[in-house]
Design a protein around this ligand. Structure first.
Ligand code: COA
Length: 156
């Protein structure tokens, strides 16, 4: 597993991974359109990442493409939020359940520690057993409110 910092070529590979192996709602905010990976949704996916990571004036997070054997299988991100850094991961279907999420979580945690941030946070949903297992696996405290699960791990 290798984390490749997002740039335009990596973003093109990431879109391919998303289209071939993930549902739009797993990887981007909702877009009003027909179901599936329509041209509008593909364009919104690219703009979403350009705005949040690639365009210096609007960037709020660092994003990496998760590569396995040279092929994009998902994305990982770290977003500074106050005194915390929020982590996020998605993997394409074929890459799930093989321990990749665990390796990526460890890499994000190491990067958060390196940056000196006091708290590592993440959020998921109650039914997302994979994400919950990943987060409790690193020792994060999980708090559920309704369908939302907030995870927090102090780093200092
Ligand atoms: C959530 C996700 C990142 C987990 O990554 P993964 O590579 O599939 O997880 P791993 O194979 O590394 O497994 C990590 C742990 O979760 C458990 N796990 C993984 N998928 C699971 C599932 N569907 N149900 C129950 N447990 C699961 C594994 O058994 C393992 O537990 P262990 O540490 O006790 O052995 C991945 O499944 C995914 O991208 N899902 C879709 C998008 C998403 O939900 N992203 C997170 C939003 S917050």
């Amino acid at each position: 597993m290798n984390l490749t910092p997002l740039d335009e070529p990596a973003l093109a590979r990431l879109l391919e991974a998303a289209v071939s192996g993930a549902d739009p709602l797993e990887v981007m905010p909702p877009v009003e359109d027909e179901p599936g990976w329509t041209p509008a949704r593909r364009a919104a996916f690219l703009e979403f990442h350009r705005g949040r990571s690639l365009r210096a004036e609007t960037a709020v997070e660092r994003t990496w493409v998760i590569d396995v054997d040279g092929k994009a299988v998902g994305a990982a991100r770290l977003e500074p939020r106050g005194d915390a850094v929020e982590a996020g991961i998605w993997l394409s279907r074929a890459a799930r359940g093989r321990g990749i999420g665990k390796q990526v979580t460890a890499a994000l945690l190491a990067e958060a520690r390196r940056s000196g941030t006091p708290r590592f946070i993440a959020s998921t949903t109650a039914g997302n057993r994979g994400a919950r297992a990943l987060l409790s696996g690193i020792g994060a405290k999980l708090a559920q409110r309704g369908d939302e699960v907030a995870a927090e791990l102090p780093l200092s």
